[in-house]
Design a protein around this ligand. Sequence first.
Ligand code: HEC
Length: 440
Amino acid sequence: MPALIATIPIPRDLPLPLPVPEWLLVVCLVVFFLVHILFVNLMVGGSVFVVVAEWMGLKNKRWDALAHEIAQTVTVNKSLAVVMGIGPLLCINLLYTIQWYSANALTGHAWLLIIPLVIVAFLLTYLHKYTWDTWAKGRKKTLHQAIGITAMLLFFFIPVIFLANVNLMLFPSEWEKVRGFFSSLCIGNVLPRYLHFMAASIAMTGLFLAGYFGRKNADISHLDDFTCPELRRLFYKVCAYVTLGQFALGPLVLFTLPSDGITTQVYVIIFSGAAVGLLTLWLLFGELRRDDTRIGSRYWPIAALFSIVVFGMGSGRHVYREAALAGHKAAIKNRTERYAAALADFNKNLAAAPAPAGQSAEQLFMNCAVCHAPNVKLVGPPLTEIAQIYAGNPEGIVTWAKAPGKKRPELPQMPPFNHLGEASLRKIAELMLEKGATSK
Ligand code: HEC
C-alpha cells in the first residue's frame, strides 16, 4: 500500500515482548470488553429508566417507587462497569499501543476529562439514590430530578469520548486532519455507532429488568400495585421494540463503516449475528403474547440468544479492527525491521572502523577527560582508581567503554562509547593506564 505509507504517520514499534501470547490477549480483549459493555449498557439504560419513571411518578406515585427501585441497580451496575473496564483497557494498550495512544493523544483534553466526568456522574447517582426519601417532597423534588437528569446526561456523554477514541484509532490516514475531540467526531461513523450503542443500552436494560422483576424471590411488595408479570411485560416490551429498531440502526452502522476494514468475514459474522437476533426477537414477541401466568418462561433462552448476538457483534468488531489496521500494522513492522537492520549495520561499521588517522591518543582521550581526571573524582572515578582496577588489562577498559555497566551507586551511569571504534578505544585505554599509574 504505497499511497498509505506516503500519507500516514508510521512510527517505529516498541521492541518489547508481550507478557502472554497475542491470541490470549485478543480473547481477553473481546470477552472482557463484552462483559464491561454489558454493565455499561445497564448503567446507561438504567439511568434513563430512572429519569423517565421518576418523571411519570409526579402523576402517579407508583412509578416513583419503581424509579427508586431501579436506581438501586444503577449504582451496582456502574461499579461493575468500571471494574470490568480495566481488563479491556489493559489489553487494548498492549495490542494496539501505537494506534490507541495516538488516538488518545489526538483527543487529549476530552480523553482526560473522562476521569472528572466519571467521578461527578458517580457521586450524583449516589446522591440521587440516597436522597430519594428525604428530598421526595416539595420543592426539593425538582432538585432531585435535576440531579438524576444530570447524571444521566453525563452517562450519555462519557461513552462518546470512548467511542471517538476506539473509532479514531482505526483510521491512521485521518489522524493528520484531527484537531481535538470535536473534529475527531467527524471521522468514520461515530454517530451511527453511538445510536446503536444507546439503543442496545435500553434494550439490554429492558431485558435485565424483565429478569430482575421476574426472578423467583423478587420482593416487590413496596412497589404499590405493580405485579411481577406486569413489570416483566413492560420491560420485555421495551426490549422487544428497541431491538426491532436495532434492525434499522445495525445496517446504518454497517453501511456507514469506512471500507478500510470491511471483509467478507466481517459480513458473515455480522449477518449471522443478525439472524440470531431475528430469532431472539421472534421469541421475545412470543413472550409478549403469553398470559400472566406464563410470561417469562422463555427468559433464559432469550438471554442466551442475546449473548450470542452480542458476542457475534463483538467479534465482528474485532475482525473489522484487525482488517482496518492491517496496512498500518504491516507498515510499522516493516519500518521497525528496517530500522533495526540499519542500526545493527551502523554499529558494526563503527566498531570495525580503523582509528581516524592523525588523532593522537591524547586527542582521543578528550572524549573521556570531561568526566575522568588524573587524580580527582569528576563525574566519573579518577584515572588512578581506573588504573588500579585495570592494571595490565586495557582490553577490560575497551569492553567497559563500549557498554558501561552500573557499578558505583553514588555516580551516574556512564554513556557508551562504542562509536569510537575498537582501535581508538584501545589507544585511549593504554593512555589511561599510563596516566593513572604515573599520577599521584
Ligand atoms: C559523561 C561522563 C563520562 C564520560 C565522558 C566518560 N565516563 Fe567513564 N565513567 C563515568 C562514570 C559516571 C563512571 C562510574 C560508573 C559506575 O561506576 O557506575 C565511569 C567509569 C569508568 C570506568 C571504570 C569502570 C569500572 O569497572 O569501575 C572506566 C574504565 C571508564 N569510565 C572509562 C571511560 C572511557 C574510556 C571514556 C572515554 C572514551 C569515559 N570513561 C568517558 C562517566 C564518564
